[in-house]
Structures are given as structure tokens and as C-alpha cells.
Design a protein around this ligand. Structure first.
Ligand code: BEZ
Ligand code: FE
Length: 257
């Protein structure tokens, strides 16, 4: 059966594209170049990367909605469902035995807009290594939930987990997405260092968001345009178990369903 909305969207998209071709006088050389480029993106398996790099930030603005809750942010192409649910404190994200990087302790609270703690919330967190690599994704990283976990909160909606501080992330620069950014557009292929979160609690919309760190050199030029002011946090220092830790903190507020 025909989905009328899809038909209308397709027709309008084609109208806009045809107008664009005419307005810019695009010719067969341009047509061939675009066709070849689209084939390269397909052959490299980079469509999820391409879409999330160039378009997801816009879809994010039309999806979650602004209000008295934490702003959402792009999920990106690297979320893996089914990360281990941590149960033994201190909660520590799974790491390789030789994981390097600044030790980072992260404190979070999860509330609703009325300030009530959401004690059944689960904080699904994932991030890159101190070399900017993701488990499952980047060459040399295990196909395993490294620096990925689901962290429960307590009766006050509070939790704390230990990990290492991620470095800025460079999207693959040798493929057609990186080529477009670097060689064609004269931009770059970097995202500021970030922590990804997917926070769920019954009765609330799942919050997919990211946190970035004050002072990061790529905050103003994120290749995926995913940074929002309200999601940039300062990092501090704290002591735990006789050691010094980089400290991040954030009070998440979920949007009622
Ligand atoms: C990320 O957040 O990791 C990401 C977002 C868009 C494109 C590539 C990576
Ligand atoms: Fe990321």
C-alpha cells in the first residue's frame, strides 16, 4: 500500500533537487561526479557515517524538543545496544587490561523536570579511548563492550562511574566522507572529545545526548555539528582510593513521555 507521506516527501525532494540542477546549470560531468561519489560511499559502507556526520544534527533539532530538560544530541553511528549492566561498585566501565588515559570519575544525577529523582533510570554510556578509538568500530579495538556500559542510579537518582577521559575523535579520513570534508570542502574530520549517553526511565522519553569538555579545540568546528552550549562541562579533579581523578559531573533531566 502506498504511504502518502512518503510519496509527498519524495516528490518534494525531487522537485527541490531538479530546481537545484537547473538553478546551478549542472551538466553531465557534475552528474557523473555525484553518481561516482555516491557509489564510493556505498562501497565503503559509509552511509551511516555520512548521514550522521552531515544530517543527524538537523534531525536532532526537529525530534526531541526543547524544554525544562537536558538537550538531546546526535547519537552518531557507533551506539551498540546490550552493553553490560554494571552491578558491582565502584561502577567501572569495561576496559582492556592495558587501557591508558587519565582516570576519570563521572558523577551523574537523573531527575524529572519537577526535581524528583528517577531511581529506576539506567545510564547507557559509551565513549572513545584516549586515542579516540571506539570498540567494535576502529581497527585494533576489540569487538567487545570496551568503554561501554549501562550504569544504574540509586534511590536519589545519583550514580558515579569510573573510566578514562576520551580524546577528540577523528572520523575515518581515508574514505569518501573524510575526503569530502578534508579535500573538497576544506574543513576537517575531527569531533571534540565527548561522552555519549542514552538515558532511559519508564514514563520518560529516552534521552540520547553527549557531553563535551570546556577548552576542547574542536568545540567550535565539530565536523558533525553536534555541539550544544548546554552540553559543555568543566572537568575538575577529585581524590578517590588515594589517587587523583579527573572529575566530570552532570545533572540530567528527562522529558516526560
Ligand atoms: C560520534 O559521535 O562518535 C560520531 C558522530 C557523527 C559521525 C561520526 C561519529
Ligand atoms: Fe562519538
Amino acid at each position: 500500500m502506498t504511504d502518502q507521506r512518503v510519496v509527498e516527501l519524495f516528490d518534494e525532494f525531487m522537485e527541490l533537487t531538479k530546481d537545484f540542477i537547473i538553478r546551478h546549470g549542472l551538466r553531465y560531468e557534475d552528474y557523473a561526479a555525484v553518481t561516482q561519489y555516491l557509489i564510493r560511499v556505498s562501497e565503503a559502507g559509509e552511509w551511516p557515517l555520512w548521514m550522521d556526520n552531515f544530517l543527524e544534527a538537523t534531525v536532532d533539532t526537529t525530534s526531541y524538543g526543547d524544554g525544562p530538560w537536558t538537550p538531546s544530541a546526535i547519537e552518531g553511528p557507533y551506539y551498540k545496544p546490550g552493553a553490560p549492566l554494571l552491578s558491582r561498585q565502584p561502577y567501572t566501565l569495561p576496559m582492556r587490561p592495558d587501557e591508558t588515559g587519565d582516570k576519570m570519575l563521572f558523577r551523574a544525577t537523573v531527575h524529572n523536570p519537577a526535581g524528583e529523582p528517577l531511581s529506576a533510570a539506567v545510564v547507557d554510556v559509551w565513549h572513545a579511548t584516549d586515542k579516540g578509538l571506539y570498540s567494535f568500530i576502529d581497527a585494533g579495538m576489540p569487538e567487545d563492550f570496551i568503554l561501554r556500559a549501562r550504569v544504574p542510579v540509586d534511590e536519589n537518582g545519583s550514580t558515579e562511574f569510573r573510566s578514562i577521559r576520551p580524546a577528540p575523535y577523528e572520523i575515518p579520513k581515508d574514505g569518501p566522507t573524510g575526503d569530502l570534508l578534508n579535500s573538497v570542502l576544506g574543513r576537517h574530520t575531527w569531533r571534540p572529545a565527548h561522552l555519549h549517553f542514552r538515558i532511559t526511565a519508564e514514563g520518560y522519553k529516552p534521552l540520547v545526548t553527549q557531553l563535551y569538555f570546556d577548552g576542547d579545540p574542536y568545540l567550535d568546528s565539530d565536523c558533525a555539528e553536534g555541539v550544544k552550549q548546554g552540553l559543555i562541562i568543566p572537568l575538575g579533579k577529585t581524590e578517590a582510593d588515594g589517587e587523583s581523578w579527573t572529575l566530570g559531573q552532570f545533572a540530567f533531566v528527562l522529558q516526560p513521555q
